[in-house]
Design a protein around this ligand. Structure first.
Ligand code: DGP
Length: 112
């Protein structure tokens, strides 16, 4: 199913893109919940993490690697949090798998 993130991947709508490779894209969230709030997405349209299949294992690992790499590049590597909202009741609003990378403020635990 086409989502707003598919349109960003296809460059049909703009986004502040910080990183792109064959498999993934990183861009700023338009509703930031922290001074740095990035979205790390696969180009493959997997609706949510629980829809990923065994063949997606390497892709999921790649997204984690990209998160660490972008954190290093932006000097965030000491303090950041990754969040995946899986399903509407967990706060997912865009049904294209994405990792939120939050940084730049103290991050409370447990999250709400
Ligand atoms: P979630 O609620 O976990 O599905 O997160 C979706 C995030 O996507 C939310 O933090 C806001 C962000 N978002 C929604 N529409 C757009 C958009 O058009 N551009 C960008 N850059 N972010 C968007």
């Amino acid at each position: 199913m086409e989502t707003i993130f598919s349109k960003i991947i296809n460059k049909e709508i703009p986004a502040d893109i910080l990183y792109e490779d064959d498999l993934s894209l990183v861009f700023n969230d338009t509703q930031p919940q922290a001074p740095t709030h990035l979205l790390i997405i696969p180009k493959k349209p997997i609706p949510k993490l629980s829809d990923a299949s065994e063949e997606d294992k390497a892709l999921l690992g790649h997204l984690m690697w990209v998160a660490g790499e972008i954190a290093r590049t932006l000097d965030l590597d000491e303090t950041f949090r990754l969040v995946v909202n899986n399903g509407a009741k967990a706060g997912q609003s865009v049904f294209h798998l994405h990792l939120h990378l939050l940084s730049g403020r103290p991050l409370q635990w447990p999250p709400g």
